[in-house]
Design a binder for this molecule. Structure first.
Ligand SMILES: NC(=O)c1ccc[n+]([C@@H]2O[C@H](COP(=O)([O-])OP(=O)(O)OC[C@H]3O[C@@H](n4cnc5c(N)ncnc54)[C@H](OP(=O)(O)O)[C@@H]3O)[C@@H](O)[C@H]2O)c1
Length: 305
C-alpha cells in the first residue's frame, strides 16, 4: 500500500517509516530535516495555505497517518495558538481532505486527554478532561477529525523509542543520563503505559488493514510509574539504577501540568484486533536490540546530505 506519513521527522514518524518501508511504499512530509532518507520525502510546511491539498494530490496515498503535531507540552502552554493550529485545525483539514479523496485516515492523539484523577484505568467511554493547552488542543483535534470523517481512526498513544535528535523520548532521557553517569529524577506519581514506537506503528497498520474506525487506546498493556520505567531501562541496559532518584511530579518545576494517572485500558483494541498487544518486556528487549544493531545512528544519518 502507499502510506503517507506527516511529521515523518518526529519520534513516531521516523520509526514508522523505518518500520514499514520494506512492506509498503512510504512517502513522508518533512519541513527540511531529512536529507538522505531511504523513502520518498515531500518538503512542505503543512500550515502553509493549500499545503494539505497539494501534498495529498501529489502523493495520492491509500493511507495517511498524521504524526505531525506540537507535542511539547511546555511549548503548547507558551504558544497556544500554534498548538491549536497544529493539534486541532490541521487534523480537521487532513480528515476532510482524506474523506473527499477516499484515503483511509489515522490521526494520532494522546493519553493525556484525561485529568488522571480516576482510581483505576480509563476506557474509551470515560469522559476526557484535559489539564493544559497540549491536551486541550489534542482533544479538540480528536473531535474535529471524527466529526469531519467518522471513518477515521483516532488513536490515543504513548510510546518511546530512538529519535532523530536523540532526546525526544523519555527512554532516551533515562538512557542518555544513565550512560553519562548523570543522576536524574523519575516521577513515582505519574503512571503511564509505555509502548515501543515500532509496535505502535505495526499496530496502526493492522488497524488500517482491518478497516477499524473511531476512537482507540493504543498504549502498552502494562501501567507503571515514570520512575519504574527508568529503572526498567537501567536494568535492561545493565546501567546503574541508583542514579535515578524517586521524586514527585509536584516538585518537578515543569511549566505544563501533568496528569498523575494515565493508565489506559486497551481491551477495545485487542478485542477488535483479535490479539493481545505486545507486552512491555518484549518491547524493551527490542529497544535494547536496536541499540546493539546501530539503529539510532542509522536513523539519525538520514539528516546528513
Ligand atoms: N511521544 C509520546 O510519547 C507521545 C505521547 C502521546 C501522544 N503523542 C502524539 O504522537 C504524535 C507524534 O508525536 P511525536 O512524539 O512523534 O512528536 P514530535 O517528535 O514532536 O514530531 C512532531 C512532528 O510534527 C512535525 N511538524 C510540526 N509542525 C509542522 C508543520 N507546520 N508542518 C509540517 N510538519 C510539522 C515536526 O516536524 P519538524 O521536525 O520539522 O519540527 C515533527 O516531524 C503527536 O500527535 C503527539 O501528540 C506522542
Amino acid at each position: 500500500m502507499k502510506l503517507l506519513l506527516t511529521g515523518v521527522s518526529g519520534l513516531l514518524g521516523i520509526n514508522f517509516a523505518q518500520e514499514m518501508m520494506d512492506k509498503h511504499e512510504i512517502i513522508g512530509v518533512d519541513r527540511g530535516k531529512l536529507k538522505s532518507a531511504p523513502f520518498k520525502v515531500l518538503k512542505h510546511d503543512l500550515l502553509d495555505a493549500g499545503a494539505v491539498e497539494t501534498v495529498l494530490d501529489a502523493a495520492r496515498p491509500d493511507w495517511l497517518v498524521n504524526c505531525a503535531a506540537l507535542a511539547d507540552l511546555d511549548l503548547c502552554e507558551e504558544n497556544p495558538d500554534l498548538a491549536k493550529q497544529l493539534n486541532a485545525d490541521l487534523p480537521r483539514r487532513l480528515a476532510r481532505a482524506c474523506k473527499e479523496r477516499g484515503i483511509a485516515f489515522a490521526h494520532i492523539s494522546t493519553d493525556a486527554v484525561f485529568d488522571g484523577k480516576k482510581d483505576g484505568f480509563y476506557s474509551e467511554e470515560d469522559p476526557p478532561n484535559p489539564v493544559g493547552a497540549y491536551s486541550k488542543t489534542k482533544l479538540d483535534g480528536e473531535w474535529a477529525v471524527l466529526t469531519e470523517n467518522p471513518k477515521a481512526i483516532v488513536a490515543r498513544v504513548n510510546f518511546y523509542g530512538w529519535s532523530l535528535g536523540g532526546r525526544r523520548s523519555l527512554a532516551e532521557f533515562f538512557y542518555n543520563n544513565l550512560t553519562n553517569n548523570k543522576s536524574m529524577s523519575g516521577f513515582t506519581d505519574v503512571i503511564f503505559c509505555p509502548m515501543l514506537v515500532n509496535d505502535t506503528a505495526r499496530i496502526l497498520v493492522q488497524m488500517l488493514q482491518r478497516g477499524l474506525k473511531g476512537l482507540y487506546h493504543l498504549v502498552g498493556p502494562q501501567a507503571m510509574s515514570k520512575y519504574q520505567f527508568g529503572v526498567e531501562i537501567a536494568r535492561r541496559f545493565k546501567l546503574s539504577e541508583s542514579e535515578i532518584t524517586p521524586k514527585s511530579v509536584n516538585f518537578s518545576g515543569l511549566i505544563a501540568k501533568r496528569s498523575n494517572n494515565l493508565w489506559l485500558s486497551t481491551r477495545k483494541l485487542s478485542t477488535d484486533l483479535g490479539a493481545d498487544l505486545p507486552d512491555f518486556s518484549t518491547g524493551l528487549g527490542e529497544f535494547y536490540a536496536q541499540r546493539e544493531q546501530g539503529y539510532p545512528q542509522k536513523i539519525r544519518g538520514y539528516q546528513q546530505a
